[in-house]
Design a protein around this ligand. Structure first.
Ligand code: SF4
Length: 213
């Protein structure tokens, strides 16, 4: 990944703990995304969670609430976790980019995909979260998350559904972002895509259990 003039790196605290990281990230101006968002939305969950889910960026509701995965995509993730028998207490959820990027669409704030530069600028926060939480498995929800975790542009379909490894974690899985499930206009396709998402989570759970056995 190329060297950046600006990034979150200069905002990292000297002592890495989740409360310290959260506090420091609240004042991050490592790229321009902070200018139009309400607040930094940092990851949530307990240190030493077995699984870290990495999404793209906070959405409209997350930006207002200040918590990740509380909007429609978060509800899909919560439902799928229950169906895959993964305990929420074992899970840390975060995003590759910590500020909401959007463009106006009438009265709405429409989600806008973060650029490669913004993903790279925000990566130090994700690296620090991984260093503190030390998850056994990282799950990339969508291509932006995978780009951040792998440190390069990737194709989701080439990586989906099998265990991979990166310098950041021994086991990494890539699957879709739950918002992609919601976006399917056809209800039948939506159901199929949701089932496939749950199957991906089940295979991650199996992988964890086989490693623990
Ligand atoms: S998106 Fe990340 S790097 Fe950019 S200002 Fe927000 S926290 Fe900092």
């Amino acid at each position: 990944m190329r060297r950046l003039d600006r990034s979150a790196r200069s905002f990292l605290p000297t002592h890495l703990s989740l409360p310290q990281l959260r506090q420091s990230a609240a004042g991050c101006t490592g790229c321009d995304l902070y200018k139009h968002a309400t607040r930094t939305v940092f990851g949530e969950g307990v240190a030493r969670s077995s699984i870290m889910f990495v999404g793209e960026q906070p959405g409209d509701q997350e930006d207002l609430a200040g918590h990740p995965f509380v909007g429609p995509a978060g509800k899909i993730l919560d439902k799928a976790l229950v169906e895959a028998d993964i305990a929420r207490r074992d899970v840390y959820v975060t995003n590759a980019v910590k500020h909401f990027k959007w463009e106006p669409q009438g009265k709405r704030r429409k989600h806008k995909k973060p650029s490669s530069t913004e993903i790279a600028a925000c990566r130090p926060w994700l690296e620090a979260e991984i260093q503190v939480v030390k998850p056994r498995v990282i799950v990339c929800l969508g291509v932006t998350a995978a780009q951040s975790v792998f440190g390069k542009a990737v194709r989701l379909n080439e990586l989906r559904g099998r265990p991979l490894s990166t310098p950041l974690a021994a086991i990494v899985f890539v699957t879709v972002h739950p918002s992609a499930v919601l976006r399917h206009p056809d209800p039948l396709e939506r159901t199929r895509e949701y089932q496939r998402f749950v199957e991906d989570l089940r295979s991650i759970r199996e992988q964890l259990r086989s490693k623990a056995a």
